[in-house]
Design a protein around this ligand. Structure first.
Ligand SMILES: C[S@@+](CC[C@H](N)C(=O)[O-])C[C@H]1O[C@@H](n2cnc3c(N)ncnc32)[C@H](O)[C@@H]1O
Length: 286
């Protein structure tokens, strides 16, 4: 594991000690939930055989393996992530799949010396956690060849994402909700398109485009209502508030019951489906 130090120390601790183990345990469910959004960003990147791709904040490596399939045996994918437990699973999955063209680096994308030049920078929800996003994208751009493409998917605001807003409002009936700086590292840090366009421009990217996509999310990948409730207690602002409030098991039980009632109307034959809103951001390295 990399040292818990530097400007992203809080995130390094969080993704190694709190979120990483959860994502490893919930791999199948989370991957099924966000897969369509990651594939959409990948399609926008227009990956070609033989290319070299950098997958930033690659986590459990699902996207790295799909990128590896798209670039083929003549190409290569490097997944970079600060979370050792997530990368351990990524490496095991790649080995089991015989994916020889995908490798993984445990490093901070904001500061690591990267083994470029890459033709494409890709990320599925892995670029919103930098303490200094401009410095991070400047570092990432240095690893790209001139004209290389960038494509990532990130969340729009909490208010536009009912699948996380409903659990947050439910938790708020029981605990006080922290009101973080909207630009602070976290899932919604890139919701403000103008800010992201500016920081990417300052980091040396051109032709920055934001495509809004509204998507009905399969919250627990088609699993039963109770599994969707458990997942929503583990992720996002509701989970953060319960953790911060050091909620007792009894209090969590009350939130669980309320949340079940709140999302039950969204349950159907394919499981719980709720609205989500993302940006697909594309650009070119200048
Ligand atoms: C929301 S998860 C997404 C994981 C993966 N891309 C996926 O879609 O399944 C965010 C990921 O970004 C990683 N991350 C956060 N800050 C990072 C940094 N400074 N450098 C590299 N990875 C980072 C986390 O460890 C985590 O794996």
């Amino acid at each position: 594991m990399i040292e818990v130090a530097g400007p992203n120390a809080d995130q390094i601790r969080y993704w190694n000690e709190v979120a990483g183990p959860k994502w490893v345990a919930l791999d199948d469910v989370i991957s099924a939930q966000i897969r369509p959004l990651g594939l959409l960003a990948m399609d926008r990147a227009g990956i070609a055989a033989g290319e070299r791709v950098l997958d930033v904040g690659c986590g459990l490596g699902e996207t790295s393996l799909e990128l590896g399939r798209r670039v083929g045996p003549g190409g290569a994918v490097v997944g970079i992530d600060i979370s050792a437990p997530m990368l351990e699973k990524a490496r095991a999955t790649a080995q089991a799949a015989g994916a020889a063209n995908a490798t993984f680096e445990n490093a901070d994308a904001q500061s690591a010396a990267l083994p470029g030049p890459f033709d494409v920078l890709y990320s599925r929800f892995g670029v919103m956690f930098f303490a200094d996003p401009e410095a991070a994208f400047t570092n990432l751009r240095r690893a790209l060849r001139p004209g290389a493409r960038l494509a990532f998917v990130c969340w729009r605001s909490l208010q536009e994402n009912p699948w996380l807003l409903v659990p947050a409002m439910t938790a708020a009936r029981h605990v006080s909700m922290p009101q973080p700086d909207p630009h602070a590292p976290g899932p919604f840090a890139f919701a403000d398109a103008a800010r992201v366009r500016d920081l990417l421009s300052r980091a040396g990217f051109v032709q920055v485009q934001h495509e809004p996509v509204d998507h009905e999310l399969s919250v627990a990948g088609g699993r039963p209502l109770d599994e969707a409730v458990e997942l929503l207690l583990q992720l996002g602002p509701a989970s953060a508030a319960l953790r911060e409030a050091k909620a007792t098991p009894e209090l969590i039980d009350r939130v669980r019951a309320d949340l079940r009632e709140a999302i039950a109307p969204h349950d159907g034959p394919g499981g719980v489906r709720m609205g989500s809103a993302v940006w697909i951001v594309t650009a070119a390295a200048g």
